[in-house]
Design a protein around this ligand. Structure first.
Ligand code: PLP
Length: 1021
């Protein structure tokens, strides 16, 4: 501590009786110290500037006292009085000048500006804190609250109008002029609102946030009440909102969450909510003008203008729909989106059954037809709707009248306009906000209720509306509402014009055919809206499943106008939560689910999957759909074979030998015999039997942390399972050797003979088996250990091990379940990389592309040892269907060049990950080949970053990317997508990974104890 700190440390001792170390904190005019007291507590000591206004300091202290008694749960610091009972004693500084001094509780947390990610959940909580604060402050009064000429009082913000000339860029000045105009327009309303004490400065440095990595974030502090004043409470919200939206990837949703949280704690009225947006913009304008004025005073301080950048980015961007803002914020609070919304809905409800029939038939008799993600496979490729398919959509429901659901998530909207981001797996609008009536082209439409034409357009783009008419109606009380009719015969566009009256029941249009209606099977898309603000003639016909509160409120179910019940046309996707509950009720607890918030997946295509709401996910994890999800050729052969017959290997069928021949063509010549089974586990069981039959011995050597399946013998050779705390333990006939992991293992990459050293570890293992009388039956290893952490053994390791095993009389089994069939890019099988020749090769997972199939391939010699007169039979193994699918998978890998693609995309991804390693010390190692990749995440001290890995995995899922984690400490990201993955998808993974890693910052895991090491201050031992 230097002189100043010393001086105030002494003052602290004499006035508060605290022994402490002081550290200077930032502060423009006042002296602020962080106080580490010997009693273990931290405080903040504030020494006010000489000419401070005592009344304003008193205001803060009294407000904090008020909050501490009236709302003790809120995260405000307490004020500690001195030994004399004074909260603001006057104490002489080093120069002997009297200074007002106060001592505050220190609140932990990082400031909101540095908190990442800024989730809507956190923002909602912030809203709650602000709402509850203002509620508590309602009863607080103080003379210091009425601050005239106070530049930060939003009610007085029009002072900037006289200063706008300081903004030299004309475009920018115009933006601010616009904002000031809007502010002037609402000033009357603002002035009529009651005033109360508010914090008035919830900026991102005054909000403290707690929670690391996967912990839920909470607001741990709201500090600096120095700008308090009396103002309408909506100013509080607008000021916080001005910071919350800046650089937020979804500013509208962020603001809606803030307002929703505030409203939950402190009910707002619709009129106040409508002021949030113009006030928020005005606050940004005030900040900009203020900092520009300061920049003029301090021309050398670059910080002043740098700090404006986010505000300009926001004001100049066009990613906010301002027209829809009021509806959005109102909907977030559960308030009517427009004044009169309740009257309109009551009117529609009261007249249900009495509106004019839109068609000459009774739609109550028409069947519903579902085009939902779950119920339908339109379109086969959810990223591309060919014209031919669009024109046939729903043909299974017949040519008569049938209805399409409101609130139904669909994958038929494939055009880029429905996508909300640059990637295929970006959010997309899927949920239908209208009711469809399918009927033959030319069918005449009648207006259900009178109105006038609001708009009429012919939208000729592919899969757009074709002819579209919007009608304007009014309830008897004069509340306007609107109806939209899409996919009409474009003849209506020439006939109707805005303003034309349309009488109730009048025939005003016809259903278009695909050449007139955007290309679709003939139907009308019938949508209701309570406002056209922010939509004008461009209504979204489908909404983002994560914004349904807004869209249900703006575009309610139009069933009443069709004289139908709401229930008939309202679609409800399967409820994920009830599936989860049923699963918990009917399945064992150790059937695990990935992710803190599990995903339910109902459709797939190539390397993408879709949940029940049609949200897309990039599948960068699943290796089973080797040639892609829902591959049309697999669908075809499976359906074709099931139409014929499906039987077993006791009967001849050419599909069996065709599959075997195709498979053997991919293997070295010595492999001549195939056994077909149903899974990798069963294949490994069989491989052990072959080895034992051939050697007459029982002992097995296998690397640590390996996995070979879930059956008894497979578990016995899988250290990953038997060595778990409550695992069955190692069998006497099994010996483990260290995994050849040259990143973290005993021999590292700087050792040129590490392969041989790792290989030498099998010698004592073999000796031990022999000594125990088991002899050596086999060495079995995943060629590249996968659950062990996506490890590529140093080159030559496996060939050296195999040599030793053979000398000892054992059989070499290569488990290629994870690595085989081209995934590695350069190699079809992993053993090729090791220049090793196994005696038995085990395959599973990808070989059936999801159909249960396992294969064991071996030499004639070993097969003959096994052929001891006892039949080998696997009922389903080698079924006709399995053989056709297995062969088709292998053919597709060849026909589509998927091994080549694995090589190219794997290199692109690996290079990108290695580049990321430069910027993020959390990436300890990037390894693998082709599309078999591992990213080892580490803490700052190089130890296994288990928590970091869990965080990254879950956050990647938030970005709609599925990846897994593995390794003894679960700190290795496992990336092994279907081999169809493309360059755009690889780039998405890299983009998201960069984003997520940048959220981690300087995270250090909490110290934990083991038996040998106890961390400082530990209470567990
Ligand atoms: C290397 C390896 N071998 C065998 C198996 C077992 O395969 P299955 O689950 O089909 O029985 C697995 C499964 O993950 C595996 O990764």
């Amino acid at each position: 501590m230097n002189g100043t700190e010393d001086h105030w440390a002494k003052a602290l001792r004499s006035h508060w009786g605290l022994d402490a170390r002081l550290t200077r904190l930032d502060g423009e005019y006042d002296l602020n110290f962080l106080v580490h007291a010997k009693n273990g507590q931290d405080y903040v000591l504030k020494v006010m500037r000489v000419d401070c206004q005592p009344e304003l300091v008193d205001l803060q202290i009294k407000a904090l006292d008020h909050l501490a008694t009236s709302a003790p749960g809120l995260p405000f610091p307490k004020v500690f009085p001195s030994l004399d009972g004074l909260e603001l004693p006057s104490i002489g500084d080093e120069q002997g000048q009297p200074r007002l001094v106060w001592l505050l509780e220190y609140l932990s947390g990082r400031c909101y500006a540095d908190a990442k990610p800024k989730t809507t959940d956190l923002i909602l909580k912030l809203g709650r804190v602000l709402g509850a604060t203002d509620r508590a402050l309602e009863q607080f009064s103080h003379n210091g609250l009425n601050r005239s000429d106070f530049k930060w009082d939003l009610v007085q913000a029009s002072w900037i109008r006289r200063k706008l000339d300081i903004i030299t860029n004309a475009d920018r000045r115009e933006i601010l002029q616009d904002i000031v105009r809007d502010f002037t327009r609402i000033s009357g309303q603002l002035n009529r609102l009651p005033k109360q004490a508010i914090h008035n400065d919830a900026n991102d440095y005054n909000i403290l946030v707690q929670g690391e990595l996967s912990e839920r974030r909470s607001v741990s502090g709201l500090i600096d009440l120095g700008d308090m004043c009396a103002a309408p409470r909506v100013c509080e919200l607008a000021i916080a909102g001005a910071y919350v939206v800046l650089d937020h990837p979804k500013p509208e949703r962020a603001l809606a969450s803030l307002v929703q949280g505030y409203h939950a704690a402190n009910r707002l009225c619709a009129e106040e909510i409508d002021l949030v947006w113009p006030l928020l913009r005005m606050r940004l304008a005030v900040s900009i003008v203020n900092s520009t004025l300061m920049a003029a005073e301090h021309p050398d301080d670059p910080y002043v203008t740098i700090s404006q950048a986010p505000a300009w980015r926001f004001l100049e961007s066009d990613n906010v729909n301002e027209g829809l803002m009021s509806a959005r914020l109102r909907a977030a609070c559960g308030l009517p989106v427009v004044d009169g919304a309740e009257r309109i809905l009551a009117y529609l409800n009261a007249h249900r059954g009495h509106f004019a029939k839109m068609f000459e038939v009774d739609l109550n008799e028409a069947p519903m037809g579902s085009l939902s993600v779950e119920n339908s496979t339109w379109p086969q490729n959810p990223f591309h709707m060919p014209l031919d398919e669009a024109a046939r959509v729903g043909e299974e429901f017949g040519e008569g009248f049938w209805l399409g659901y409101y609130n139904e998530p669909r994958l038929i909207y494939t055009e880029p306009g429905f996508r909300k981001g640059p990637w295929k797996a970006s959010d997309r609008r899927t949920v239908h906000l209208a009711v469809d009536v399918f009927a033959p082209a030319g069918t005449v439409l009648h207006a259900p209720v009178s109105g006038r034409v609001e708009a009429v357009e012919n939208r000729t783009a592919h899969l757009d509306y074709g002819g579209v008419v919007i009608l304007h109606h009014e309830t008897p009380e004069g509340d306007p509402f609107y109806t939209l009719y899409g996919h009409l015969d474009s003849e209506a566009c020439a006939r109707l014009k805005p303003g034309d009256p349309v009488a109730q029941g009048a025939a005003f249009a016809r259903l278009g055919n695909p050449s007139q209606n955007g290309g679709w099977a003939p139907h009308v898309h019938f949508q209701l809206a309570l406002t056209t603000d922010g939509m004008q003639t461009d209504w979204p016909g489908v909404g983002d499943p994560d914004e349904l509160d807004l869209w249900h409120a703006v575009c309610p179910n139009p069933a009443a106008l069709l004289n139908l019940s709401d229930e008939k046309v309202f679609y409800r996707p399967t409820d994920k939560l009830s599936v989860l509950q049923n699963r918990q009720a009917h399945f064992g607890g150790n059937l695990s689910l990935t992710y803190d918030d599990p995903v339910m997946l109902v459709r797939g295509w190539k390397h993408h999957l879709f949940d029940e709401w049609g949200r897309p996910y990039l599948d960068a994890y699943n290796n089973v759909p080797h040639v892609g999800h829902a591959h049309p050729r697999i669908q075809l052969v499976a359906a074709d074979q099931l139409k014929r017959m499906n039987s077993n290997t006791r009967y001849l069928h050419p599909a069996q030998t065709a599959f075997a021949e195709k498979l053997l063509s991919k293997l070295p010549d010595q492999f001549e015999v195939c056994y077909f089974v149903n899974s990798g586990s069963e294949a490994n069981e069989l491989a052990l039997r072959l080895a034992r039959a051939h050697t007459g011995a029982k002992g097995i050597v296998t690397p640590d942390h390996g996995y070979h399946g879930n059956t008894n013998a497979a578990v016995a050779i899988s250290a990953y399972k038997f060595n778990k705390p409550r695992g069955v333990g190692k069998a006497n006939w099994v010996e483990l050797v260290e995994v050849a992991d040259d990143y973290r293992g005993s021999f590292r990459r700087d050792d040129p003979v590490r392969a041989a050293k790792f290989a030498d570890l099998v010698d004592p293992a073999i000796a031990s088996l022999k000594q125990k009388g088991h002899g050596l039956s086999a060495f079995i290893a995943e060629t590249f250990p996968s659950v062990g952490g996506q490890i590529i053994p140093p080159s030559g390791y496996l060939s050296a091990v195999y040599e030793k095993v053979r000398v000892a009389g054992g059989v070499c089994i290569a488990d290629e379940v994870q690595t085989g069939l081209g995934r590695l890019g350069e190699f079809y099988f992993g053993f090729e990389h090791q220049q090793a020749l196994p005696d038995v090769v085990v395959m599973g997972k990808p070989i059936g592309n999801g159909h249960p199939l396992g294969v064991v391939v071996t030499t004639r010699e070993i097969a003959e040892s096994f052929d001891n007169g006892i039949e080998f039979f696997s009922t389903f193994g080698g079924s006709t269907l399995s053989c056709r699918i297995g062969k088709e998978v292998l053919d597709i890998v060849d026909d589509e060049g998927l091994q080549e693609n694995a090589s190219l995309m794997g290199a692109r991804l690996k290079d990108g990950l290695i580049n990321l390693q430069d910027g993020f010390s959390q990436i300890g190692d990037v390894r693998g080949m082709g599309l078999f990749l591992g990213v080892e995440l580490v803490n700052l001290d190089g130890t296994e970053g288990t928590e970091i890995c869990g965080y990254v995995k879950n956050r990647m899922r938030d970005h709609r990317i599925l990846i897994g984690s593995e390794g003894p400490k679960d700190n290795i990201l496992k990336i092994r997508p279907p081999l169809t993955i493309g360059a755009e998808d690889v780039d998405m993974i890299l983009w998201a990974m960069r984003n997520v890693l940048s959220e981690i910052g300087d995270y250090v895991p909490a110290a934990t104890c083991d038996h040998d090491h106890h961390h400082a201050g530990c209470s567990c031992c």
